[in-house]
Design a protein around this ligand. Sequence first.
Ligand SMILES: Cc1cc2nc3c(=O)[nH]c(=O)nc-3n(C[C@H](O)[C@H](O)[C@H](O)COP(=O)(O)OP(=O)(O)OC[C@H]3O[C@@H](n4cnc5c(N)ncnc54)[C@H](O)[C@@H]3O)c2cc1C
Length: 214
Amino acid sequence: MRAFVIESGTPNVVVTKLEHKLGIRCSDTASISLDGTRVPFDHILGSPTVEKTTTGFKGAMATFDATRPLVAATGIGVARAALEEVKKMLAEQGVTIRYGLPRQKLTSIERDVIDMEIMVKSGWLMVLKAVWMADNKQSNALESSMSKVKAGDIVTKVTQKAVEIMGPLGYNRDSLLEKWFRDAKITDIYEGTGQINRLVVARQVLGYSGAELR
Ligand SMILES: Cc1cc2nc3c(=O)[nH]c(=O)nc-3n(C[C@H](O)[C@H](O)[C@H](O)COP(=O)(O)OP(=O)(O)OC[C@H]3O[C@@H](n4cnc5c(N)ncnc54)[C@H](O)[C@@H]3O)c2cc1C
């Protein structure tokens, strides 16, 4: 398994299917056929020599330690945008969040917004920890997968709650809340699904190999 770069327009590179998706619709997702495409040596990432055992797959897996927190960050960004939009829309209707009050004196909307803030902040802190470890050359497979699992859950819950709080205004196509609600779910799917990242976390915590815990 090898990573390589192919420029568009290279002979035999054909887009065979464009997906019609629930969310992230401003980014195309496509199947691409490379049947008979020539890959020049200097387009191969890493060493171009072919050996019996390559580190291509291991290298791809290791990349996830760096990229999962970034995907988590995009999810938390969407969640934060939805939270800020809800607060803005509520403020326009004269509703502000009374942070100093005991919980039992808050309205249910105020409690919901505060819970959304807790989720967004905690998810963001997990992302920061995972990327800080990577920056400092520390092994972060556990924190990387944890941040991705939490971000997938958080962005799904927060955007759903945002639509719910704003009712018809949130469900409307004129509203960005509706878009962010649709965009949220992919955070839990690509770069390893929630289930697979939970497996990675369990293996790390319990000390099992991939073969021992599937
Ligand atoms: C819009 C979109 C964009 C994408 N972009 C990219 C991209 O840019 N680059 C890229 O490399 N990939 C990309 N992907 C692929 C994505 O990473 C995979 O679809 C995803 O990891 C799930 O893998 P799969 O499709 O093989 O599903 P499957 O492995 O068939 O999984 C199906 C379901 O079964 C669950 N499952 C599978 N095995 C287990 C298990 N052992 N225990 C518990 N549950 C399990 C999964 O969690 C999932 O819910 C994209 C996918 C989508 C939908």
